[in-house]
Design a protein around this ligand. Structure first.
Ligand code: AMP
Length: 189
């Protein structure tokens, strides 16, 4: 499967370690150089802004989706190719999910996690068959992966679902793995 349109969830902050901003830049550049469209939250702040600017610098196509309430707070990025201003968070996530062929979380906060978990749980439930990955920079997602392993160990999630999550520290190899992804017929219920 070719992933031409990739939704990226990432922090509206820069994070405490410079490797996070670098990761956002590397990902934005990689998407542009491989002619992939970036779909993201439409903000100019933090890693989100870095990601979009890196893509634009390398002539990538950037689509932002931002709720009206956040246009001023997160500073809507006016220089991207398409900026969709939507009514609320639900519309934002629905629009991003509709436009994307796959989903990646870079390091981020509660917003990033919430967005990623929603699309991952939709995959589990069979609402879509699109790959979900983590760009695991600086081992940022290791504690979360341990938590998910604990949910398997304690009988709340099938191991086959944990195995669906694609984890890699490098944009190129992460996206290659995501392109090889095929949702099999595992059924949650
Ligand atoms: P954060 O990771 O908390 O810095 O947030 C990253 C992005 O996620 C920001 O654009 C937030 O507006 C967004 N966000 C926060 N909460 C939600 C939510 N419930 N649904 C969708 N996006 C959210």
């Amino acid at each position: 499967m070719n992933l031409n349109n990739i939704a990226i969830f990432c922090g509206s902050s820069n994070g405490a370690n410079e490797s996070y901003v670098k990761a956002a830049n590397d990902m934005g550049k990689f998407l542009a150089l491989t002619n992939r469209k970036l779909i993201y939250g439409g903000a100019k702040v933090g890693c989100m802004g870095e990601l979009a600017n890196a893509s634009l610098t390398y002539h990538g196509h950037v689509i932002g989706v931002i709720p009206q309430k956040l246009v001023d707070v997160e500073i809507a990025h006016e220089d991207i190719n398409e900026l969709h201003t939507v009514a609320d968070m639900h519309e934002r996530k629905a629009k991003m999910a509709e436009l994307a062929d796959g989903f990646i979380a870079l390091p981020g906060g509660a917003g990033t996690l919430e967005e990623w978990f929603e699309v991952f749980t939709w995959l589990q439930l069979g609402y879509h068959k699109k790959p979900c990955g983590f760009l695991n920079i600086n081992g940022f997602y290791d504690p979360l992966i341990s938590m998910l392993e604990n949910t398997v160990k304690e009988g709340f999630m099938k191991k086959s679902y944990l195995d669906l999550i694609i984890i890699d520290p490098n944009p190129k190899s992460l996206i290659e793995k995501m392109e090889a992804f095929e949702m099999n017929s595992i059924s949650k219920w």
